[in-house]
Write a protein that binds this ligand. Structure first.
Ligand code: HSE
Length: 440
């Protein structure tokens, strides 16, 4: 049978990895897919560079629309990124009856509802394994492997840049800004790392996982997003002393009131496997009512790890493109007419436990005042640690760090209590609040 023909829009790191792996593993991929899969056309602004990657047998153009217009092309891979031209091209490819493979988490987290609806109406597939956690087949696991389960929660380290920065901060006792500079110098962080360090990239990914896990529309605008820019080495050190590591987690959880959807730094017990995921690696923990807790670990970015996910999608489409669209795996795991309207909770309704650090005057009654105020707000304390005054440098023993771990508390309640605590004259600096997840 004639190979399935693929058009590639954008041949950067992931695109060249996809081309190379398809070439290298051509025969095994054909045996799995039942048919050859070939990239026969590439669009890239730098035509000469693209041609040097793919060789003379592949047609290279600088106009992506020429790929979409080519009737020989069965599948379009979109690796341009962003919401602008990429969205227009994906919609045009769908309208032209092409199946689409994309690694574009931002596009799907924001415009997924429109894109999936257009694809369903046209009877084509939009596959996006590479959009979440790079080479880890987490979309496949959630959408197919765990399909028997009522998924209860997901917690993931789904941004390698921030995990690398946090690992370095812990290993070397350095502050965020110093490590970020080093990460940029080494090429681990982009020149503009905003989406990574502010948690936006992780929020795009957890939004997609949440939709698939709970059968809800993609709702990036409802996600709570907090990055790692405010984290200090001091809190990483204290967390370590208390038996925790700080990780940037993407969390989505089913609760009686609705769905939690959030990204923020979290204390995680050091004994959990996910707490020991270091450097640029990714990991996702999924808890289902039948299977219990499962863990998926691997490279979340990079040329061939991401190509691994892109090609898995190409094989799926090759196997399924002649099937009746109703017999394919739905884009969001649940049938489009069976999506739920479960509410995504505002952050003030999220219930979690907390690490608080207060720089306080080291004088009689301060601890009682602080704990009394928390008790008055109905916040139950799990542990208190007071550093010896002389351990706080440069303060002449007149102030100290008070570290408090709380039991589960509603975020809105904690916000009110923190506002009150902050007004105490004996609280000398902005209070540090980091959420804590036991993940058990
Ligand atoms: N910038 C992402 C990360 C990889 O650092 O994990 C692509 O999603």
């Amino acid at each position: 049978m004639k190979p399935i023909q693929v058009g590639l829009l954008g041949i950067g790191t992931v695109g060249s990895g996809t081309f190379n792996v398809l070439q290298r593993n051509k025969e095994e991929i054909r045996r799995r897919a039942g048919r050859g899969i070939e990239i026969t056309m590439v669009a890239d602004l730098d035509v000469a560079r693209a041609q040097s990657i793919v060789g003379p047998d592949v047609k290279v153009v600088n106009d992506a629309r020429a790929v979409i217009a080519n009737p020989e092309i069965d599948i379009v891979i979109e690796l341009i990124g962003g919401y602008g031209i990429a969205k227009a091209l994906v919609m045009e490819a769908i309208a032209a009856g092409k199946h689409v493979v994309t690694a574009n988490k931002a596009l799907l987290a924001v415009h997924g509802t429109e894109i999936f609806a257009a694809a369903s109406a046209k009877g084509v597939m939009v596959a996006f394994e590479a959009a979440v956690a790079g080479g880890i087949p987490i979309i496949k696991a959630l959408r197919e492997g765990l399909t028997a389960n009522s998924i209860q929660w997901i917690a993931g380290i789904i941004n390698g840049t921030t995990n690398f920065i946090l690992s370095e901060m812990r290993d070397k006792g350095l502050d965020f800004a110093v490590v970020l500079q080093e990460a940029q110098r080494l090429g681990y962080a982009e020149a503009d790392p905003t989406f990574d360090i502010e948690g936006v990239d992780a929020a795009h990914k957890v939004t997609l996982m949440s939709a698939i896990a709970f059968g809800i529309p993609v709702q990036f605008d409802k996600a709570y997003v907090e990055g790692i820019t405010q984290l200090g080495a001091t809190d990483i050190k204290y967390a370590e002393q208390l038996g925790y590591r700080i990780k940037l987690l993407g969390i989505t959880k089913r609760t009686a009131k609705g769905i939690e959807l959030r990204v923020h730094p979290s204390l995680v017990p050091s004994k959990r496997l996910i707490a020991n995921v270091e450097g640029a690696m990714n990991a996702v923990v999924v808890n289902g009512d039948a299977v219990g807790t499962t863990l998926y670990y691997g490279k979340g970015a990079g040329s061939e790890p991401t190509a691994s996910a892109v090609i898995a999608d190409l094989v799926d489409i090759t196997r399924l493109h002649t099937a009746d669209p109703h017999h394919r795996v739905p884009h969001l795991a649940f049938q489009p007419d069976a999506l739920s309207d479960l509410t995504v909770l505002p952050m003030s309704e999220v219930v979690t436990s907390y690490y608080l650090r207060l720089r306080v005057a080291d004088q009689a009654g301060v601890l009682a005042k602080v704990t009394g105020l928390l008790a008055g707000a109905g916040i139950s304390i799990d542990a208190v640690l007071q550093r010896e005054a002389d351990e706080v440098s440069g303060e002449g023993g007149t102030s100290t760090d008070l570290i408090i771990l709380t039991h589960d508390t509603r975020e809105g309640t904690m916000n009110d209590a923190l506002a009150q605590l902050q007004t105490l004259p004996t609280v000398l600096a902005p209070i540090v609040r980091i959420r804590k997840e036991e993940l058990n």
